[in-house]
Design a protein around this ligand. Structure first.
Ligand code: DGL
Length: 275
């Protein structure tokens, strides 16, 4: 039976969810984390809803074997397509990144115009506009699917001329809409934050849903009496965080080290299809 000392399960289609793990580590450093990245089956962004739900169920069954006390769906595509469908399949609290992102954007916009960048799946699901509309029906939303951005991020091209030229194309409709707030609605995009900032200018608020998701996680764990007791000590990263992937651990470790800024020497390979 999971208790406050149990880890939080965090999962993504691959590497991008590390930006969410990074925020959780920053805001609630005592928490233990089990991270799963479905690196063999990424990208999720162009896959059908049925496939995403099937993959998600397998990952939830894997996380169940890790005795997690709560689950963070650190993937916008899964949060959009599958979260509501699978919520009842687990008996621990589960949260996604879309609702927290929508909430902070709706609270931030002054001119009631919000832009959203996401995968094809996230945009097609219409979840961000739906949640924003529930919060304030007067807000105008402009979405743009950006399928080229994830490969650029994974290639490490966070700041080069190709990335800028792709960003100019993708951001054009958002700029034309006059949005004063832009949701980075895919877990990879916070890694392009400075490039996006350069194209959009200083006046547009960039919303990283990971920030609000970590706040919501802390709130949820506190409410359920599951928050890891504060120790004031940092503890060793290799003891606090465990990483699992469905493909080559080496590539994952290199990328994770560059995102989390501490050495990730080990990730364990899981045959996720067997769950
Ligand atoms: N992690 C995914 C998301 O946030 C992006 C990568 C993918 O397409 O799988 O939507």
């Amino acid at each position: 039976m999971a208790d406050c000392y149990s880890p939080v399960g965090v999962f993504d289609s691959g590497l991008g969810g590390l930006t969410v793990a990074r925020e959780i580590i920053r805001q609630i450093p005592d928490e233990r984390i089990v991270y799963f990245g479905d690196t063999a089956r990424v990208p999720y962004g162009s896959k059908s809803k049925d496939t995403i739900i099937r993959y998600t169920d397998q990952i939830l069954r894997f996380l169940d074997t890790q005795d997690v006390k709560a689950i963070v769906v650190a993937c916008n595509t899964v949060s959009s397509y599958a979260l509501e469908e699978v919520r009842d399949h687990v008996n621990v609290p589960i949260i996604g990144v879309v609702k927290p992102g929508a909430r902070v954007a709706a609270a931030t916009t002054v001119n009631r115009k919000i832009g959203i960048l996401g995968t094809e799946g996230t945009v097609a699901s219409g979840m961000y506009p739906r949640f924003i509309g529930e919060l304030n029906p007067e807000i105008e939303v402009t979405q743009k699917a950006c399928p080229l951005l994830c490969p650029l991020v994974e290639e490490g091209w966070w700041n080069n001329d190709v990335t800028f030229s792709v960003l100019h194309r993708y951001l054009e409709p958002i700029q034309a809409s006059g949005a004063d707030t832009l949701i980075l609605g895919c877990t990879h995009y916070p890694l392009l934050r400075s490039a996006i900032r350069e194209v959009m200018g200083e006046k547009v608020n960039l919303v990283n849903p990971a920030y609000e998701t970590a706040i919501e996680l802390r709130r949820l764990l506190t409410e359920k009496g599951l928050l890891y007791p504060e120790s004031g000590e940092n503890g060793k990263a290799e003891e606090k965080y465990r990483f699992f992937v469905s493909d080559d651990p080496e590539r994952f470790c290199r990328f994770a080290t560059s995102v989390l800024k501490f050495d990730i020497e080990k990730a364990e390979k899981v045959n996720i299809e067997s769950f």
